[in-house]
Ligand binder design. Structure first.
Ligand code: AVJ
Length: 320
């Protein structure tokens, strides 16, 4: 049984893209939110990133989940698995398999902003898990948590380190909203990339093959297409910078020359100075204690913590 519920349609998406681009490109310094990377091409480029030698998070988290999915299933006895920002749901299968063999699981609820990614995931999972009720929700994880289907003993999985795309204030708002959407005793399973040597972190966001650079510039292609803009992607350079105070990676696009960009649908002309940098993504890195405190501040109690032998990536299981 599969179904799809929409809390976001093309008009909502178009409206929020316009607002984000107008706000971000008229701010100082300029910025764009990372969620606009992921059109079909951007999602493909991200999949390529996950297979790069420098990009350790995906394979490290997969290792942690492979080793501990059975324990996660045993501890939670999940009846419903909710996955936020599910994208392609390869790691989800590890959890679904473990929860199904435990015998408690009845439904899976993936939530994603991308309707196409969601439809694909719901269809292929529907074939692989014919007995499972799968209800996709097209929505924005910072806005539509209230619309999660009610259930009992739900486990909400937020994997991949995507929580790091939220800045601290956004994380607090997100965790507080999520806590309000859950019943006491329900679960949050969150994957968080850990603080480590910048010599490891920076190449993960600035790979030798240039895939991350293409991914970063993809936001310019998206804006060109969706808002009739004339960004020249060749006139911007990719940069990945470790901020040791805030403990996050920033991806930026640096203008290689003085230039102006027209964004027709916004009636906006945007000047860039040579060397000017625009922030396109924050990818925060965590420490166990800091994450535990953030979870606690939103009402979640950390129950379990798993990591890889090098301590590069952490998976936290917390209870509402
Ligand atoms: C999908 C948000 C987890 O921050 O590591 C990969 C996105 N950006 N390379 C991350 C990303 C550049 C990724 N997340």
């Amino acid at each position: 049984m599969t179904s799809l519920e929409k809390h976001l349609d093309e008009r909502d998406l178009a409206r929020s893209l316009r607002a984000d681009v107008r706000d971000g490109l008229t701010a100082t310094p300029k910025r764009l939110p990372p969620k606009w990377f992921y059109d079909a091409r951007g999602s493909r480029l991200f999949e390529d990133i996950t297979r790069l030698p420098e990009y350790y998070p995906t394979r490290t988290e997969r290792l942690i989940l492979t080793e501990n999915a059975a324990e996660i299933a045993r501890i939670t006895d999940a009846k419903t698995l909710v996955e936020l920002g599910s994208g392609s749901s390869e790691k989800t299968r590890l959890l679904l398999d473990a929860m199904l063999s435990r015998g408690t699981l009845g439904s899976f609820v993936p939530l994603d902003v991308s309707e196409s990614a969601l439809v694909e995931a719901v269809q292929s999972l529907g074939v692989a898990y014919p007995g499972l009720s799968i209800s996709g929700v097209v929505g924005d994880l910072t806005r539509h948590l209230r619309h999660l289907p009610d259930g009992d003993n739900r486990v909400v999985a937020f994997l991949g380190g995507t929580i790091g795309n939220l800045v601290p204030e956004e994380r607090t708002a997100f965790l507080t909203d999520l806590h309000a959407a859950l019943h006491p005793g329900e679960w949050l399973l969150v994957g968080a990339d850990q603080v480590k040597d910048p010599g490891t972190l920076v190449p993960a966001y600035d790979d030798a093959a240039g895939v991350t650079a293409e991914f970063n510039k993809n936001v310019l292609h998206v804006i060109n297409r969706e808002l009739r803009a004339d960004f020249d992607p060749l006139a911007f350079e990719h940069a990945a910078v470790w901020d040791p105070d805030r403990e996050w990676i920033e991806m930026r696009l640096r203008s290689v020359r003085d230039q102006t960009v027209q964004i027709k649908d916004l009636n906006l002309t945007v000047p860039f100075a040579a060397g000017e940098e625009m922030r396109t993504e924050v990818s925060a890195k965590f420490r166990r204690d800091g994450l535990t405190a953030e979870l606690a501040a939103s009402g979640f109690a950390l129950r379990h913590w798993w990591t890889d032998p090098q301590g590069w990536f952490g998976v936290a299981l917390a209870q509402a």
